[in-house]
Write a protein that binds this ligand. Sequence first.
Ligand SMILES: Cc1ncc(COP(=O)(O)O)c(C=O)c1O
Length: 439
Amino acid sequence: MRRPIPNDLAAFWMPFTANRQFKKTPRLLASAQDMHYYTDDGRAILDGTAGLWCVNAGHGRPKIVEAVQRQVAELDYAPAFQMSHPKAFEFASRLVQISPEGLDHVFFTNSGSESVETALKIALAYQRVKGQGSRTRLIGRERGYHGVNFGGISVGGIVSNRKMFGTLLSGVDHIRHTHDPARNAFTKGEPEHGVELAEDLERVITLHDASTIAAVIVEPVAGSTGVLIPPKGYLKRLREICDKHGILLIFDEVITGFGRLGTPFAADYFGVIPDIMITAKGVTNGVVPMGAVFVKSEIYEAFMTGPEHLIEFFHGYTYSAHPLACAAGIGTLDTYADEGLLTRGAELAPYWEQALHSLKGTKHVIDVRNIGLVGAIELESIAGEPTKRAFSVFLECFERGVLIRTTGDIIALSPPLIVSKEQIDQIVGTIGDVLKAAA
Ligand SMILES: Cc1ncc(COP(=O)(O)O)c(C=O)c1O
């Protein structure tokens, strides 16, 4: 039995949460260290999701904690506009040392959603400063998740995130998603079938004309709609089509960035370099909110014209490059480097893959997919009650000491990159046990 919680739970309207269900049986995490959370009643919970895909180096890592503690005592805040502080430049320089070739400039934000808005605005403004102001359309993809702000939900492709919020941004279109369980179920790594889906971009271009399109935005691996792994050759083909038509390619690497696929970024994994790369989450190991948008030098330089006393890009946030975030980020990069975490996923990926695919044949499992240290287990929905089966698996796993994440009837897994083989066994074993016991 949980001990009673002293606080009143009513005031906090929780994000992306079944508030009434939660407040009847709250799940409160009181502390965390390395691979574990500890609940308010002292139970250890193995973190199978790196928090929310963000705590890539694990919890309570000393270099990050100490960096933030030192920073808050030294410089709590510096204005972000027309002023800055040394760690902002240090962190940006460190980031471009590990970024994919050519992505040499960084614009700081405070979240993935803000990074998305920033990237879309850079794309539109870039086309304009290049004298191509007719390129105003933005192309997203069905089942894409690009955060929750208006630009992001407009290019995003998740109906429940869109339908309540009016007409969204105008001038947006979508290409088809790549999820094809009929042909690709239980694929290990990149699916064989579906490269031709990239040609859907040609269809959209034919409809609108390339001269009206500023940018295409995709997640290299779509995370939030259930780990949709691109078919072999798909991203390369998108890159070719964008190049052919002078369209910018934006990768949203909020989840895939910082080692998730066993390479620093998904761009490295797939050998496809976008013009703009969106990151957040793992950039500070989730410790202080931050996002970072990487752009090619050509894009940055295109803005650096006109009289030097004038602001070149009318965009930014009060907390862009916040000192605590920069300190956390530097401590994070140090931790990643010390422990080889940006490539550790590649070493563990074969074990991870084998463990996940051992669930094939388990009750209710209709697909298993994996890449790097990401995995998904898709369950057959209960007739007439979508999401219920996976949500009850989530609740039961939590009771048994493992944190998983579900979206629809898909279990999505993304443990911190410090996970051990025994802990992989515990995550997968617990899910298997819960599924076997499930109705
Ligand atoms: C691909 C992608 N883009 C953007 C976001 C939004 O990030 P945030 O919740 O930090 O705004 C997320 C969050 O999960 C994401 O997965």
